[in-house]
Write a protein that binds this ligand. Structure first.
Ligand code: GLA
Length: 388
């Protein structure tokens, strides 16, 4: 029996936000090549994940689920081999209920057959959703069942649980063997979506239940969607796409809280600004840091303006002894944010050198606290090094 032990959050790309269930093998092969050519694979985005919609619409009774032969003419084994040949790992999707969220066959009652098929196709990651689940079986039983089925295949398969934080999942997720677990709603390319998730994250005690081998997952990165992509056309949200400043905020916070980094834009349309965000090596190193301490919110000592509820300061200690501080301003106008060193574990008499992880240059010397002006709907992320 083989197991995975994750020492850093998983990174990759997922098909959902761009294609929803409109998958086709030729396009997906193009996407994989494009990701590799642009250096995403080399930067660590190694899981290439199919979301819902790869399945044949109906399951043949008594059999493991099969793939849609029109969408994947050469088959999923061959598709997986292609991904592996490029150097990617192969991610797939299923659901704990009778149907998936998109109405395709779910794995309920077929967990062991499906897990074996995934292993036979060379799958390295399973995202496991929570629609159409039976009402008489506790969610934790269903997620344990698939976790057990995956382990029994003997193939190391990263298990990515997607029950949106229902049933207090943070209290039992580790009993399922899941390596990551969704804690809320789907991400969307809008400011409303990002700011409401940021607000919720600020109220959760992530450090208590997210860390090595089992990471809380606030859903996909939206950087680079730029209003494009199937989920952008759902019509359920009003307003323009989020924009680069918001993409920077989401990416920064996801890196700081040890979130899985799953890109979701169409990489064939990566702009230089998108690449600058998603390939920010200094922030990727923060996400992948060996200490595995998710950022925690710090008390804001002083604000020059009112409306502190829309401003947050987060701190993430790194294994080398530096501390990364993120100042997030969800207001529309600039704000001065100040956070004292004590909540980060330093003393008010300490002096630190700051380095700006977006401007990629030194950002001054601070004593006792860090104070910066942050533009509206934007963030400043600093790496602080204490003078010893
Ligand atoms: C749910 C999940 C999404 C996506 C869809 C697929 O809504 O939360 O991330 O996987 O199902 O149908």
């Amino acid at each position: 029996m083989q197991e995975i032990f994750l020492k850093a959050p998983p990174m990759g790309w997922n098909s959902w936000n761009t294609f929803m269930d409109g998958l086709d093998e030729a396009t997906l092969r193009e996407i994989a090549v494009s990701l590799k050519e642009q250096g995403f694979l080399e930067a660590g985005y190694e899981y290439f994940c199919l979301d819902d919609g790869w399945e044949e619409k109906t399951r043949r009774v008594g059999c493991g689920v099969d793939y849609d032969r029109k969408k994947f003419p050469s088959g999923l084994k061959s598709f997986g081999d292609f991904l592996h040949g490029l150097g990617f790992k192969f991610g797939i999707y299923s659901c704990a209920g009778t149907l998936t969220c998109g109405g395709y066959p779910g794995s309920y009652g077929y967990e062991y057959e499906d897990a074996q098929k995934f292993a036979d196709w060379g799958v390295d990651l399973l995202k496991y959703d929570n629609c159409y689940v039976p009402t008489d079986v506790p969610g934790k039983f269903l997620y344990r069942r698939m976790g057990q089925a995956l382990r029994e295949t003997g193939r190391p398969i990263l298990y990515s649980m997607c029950n949106w934080g229902f049933d207090d999942s943070q209290t039992w997720v580790r009993s399922t063997g899941a390596h990551s677990y969704r804690i809320g709603t789907d991400s969307r390319d809008t400011w409303e979506n990002v700011q409401s998730v940021m607000h919720v994250l600020g109220k959760m005690n992530l450090t208590a239940f997210s860390g090595a081998n089992c990471y809380a997952d606030p859903d996909f990165l939206i950087a680079g969607m730029n209003g494009r992509g199937a989920v952008s056309n759902l019509g359920e949200e009003i307003g323009p796409n989020a924009g680069y400043n918001v993409y920077r905020m989401q990416f920064s916070l996801w890196c700081m809280i040890c979130a899985p980094l799953m890109m979701s834009h169409d990489p064939r349309y990566t702009t230089p600004q998108t690449a600058e965000i998603l390939l920010n090596r200094e922030l990727l190193a923060v996400n992948q840091d060996a200490a595995n301490i998710p950022a925690f919110p710090c008390r804001i000592e002083k604000m020059m303006e009112a409306d502190a509820s829309k401003c947050e300061v987060w701190a993430k200690p790194l294994s080398c002894g530096d501390v990364v501080v993120g100042l997030f301003n969800r207001k529309d106008t600039p704000a001065y944010l100040q956070a004292g060193f004590e909540s980060m574990g330093w003393l008010l008499s300490d002096t630190v050198d700051a380095y700006d992880l977006w401007a990629h240059r030194p950002a001054g010397v601070f004593r006792g606290n860090v104070t910066m002006q942050v533009p509206g709907r934007d963030c400043v992320v600093l790496r602080l090094h204490r003078r010893r």
